[in-house]
Ligand binder design. Structure first.
Ligand code: K1U
Ligand code: ZN
Length: 186
């Protein structure tokens, strides 16, 4: 297991469309282990493989609250098979856009088909944070970032800020666990 570096905008790799996983082999299992180590360390509640530079359709997630036991979930080749017309708005964050949070409106409920780590096809119905997080991570596998769902003005401001920082070679301050607003937990 190894903690990997998380790509930060404007890294162009975040815009790649990831490739489907054809076989769940030792390489994929090692990737999943590294993704969990990276996600828990960040800390984050979700991670897509492209965020550590691997363009494969693999997503890890753990929506357990701090006071609950870990609840790791893996979604391989996830795809939305149904989305509700009803929408909900949630203040999202992204480990690839550190310290930036903005409200995003998405379908309130979705059904997602995916492979589990045994290669078995599964389908889940999701609402609430699970639905939001699944849509956010599936977007990553398609090269889409949550800032693509906000106003152009806000998107251009955040892109400008991170592009400037990258040009100056400024390190992005790692987020401490207690920096996360309480309403993002659980
Ligand atoms: O994909 C990512 O960049 C991870 C992202 C997932 C996400 C958060 C909120 C809405 C949709 C998707 C994060 O995990 S950002 C960090 C965060 O929200 C958080 C971190 C620690 C505890 C609780 C929340
Ligand atoms: Zn993200």
């Amino acid at each position: 297991m190894a903690k990997r570096d998380i790509l930060v905008i404007p890294d162009k790799r975040l815009r790649l469309k990831s490739e489907p996983v054809l076989a769940i082999d030792a390489e994929i299992r090692a990737l999943v282990d590294d993704m969990f180590e990276t996600m828990y360390d960040a800390p984050g509640i979700g991670l897509a493989a492209i965020q550590i530079g691997v363009p494969k359709r693999v997503v890890t997630m753990d929506l357990a609250r701090k006071d609950e036991p870990k609840a790791p979930q893996v979604f391989i080749n996830p795809e939305v098979t149904w989305a509700s017309d009803e929408t909900s708005t949630y203040e999202e964050g992204c480990l690839s856009i550190p310290e930036y949070y903005e409200e995003v409106t998405r379908p309130k409920a979705v059904r997602v088909r995916y492979l589990d780590l045994d290669g078995k096809e599964q389908e889940i119905a999701a609402e609430g944070l699970l639905a939001t997080c699944l849509q956010h991570e599936i977007d990553h596998t398609n090269g889409i970032l949550f800032i693509d769902h906000i106003s152009r003005l806000k998107r251009e401001m955040v892109l400008k800020k991170f592009t400037k920082a990258a040009k100056r070679g400024e390190p992005v301050r790692p987020r401490a666990a207690n920096d996360v607003p309480e309403h993002h937990i659980g």
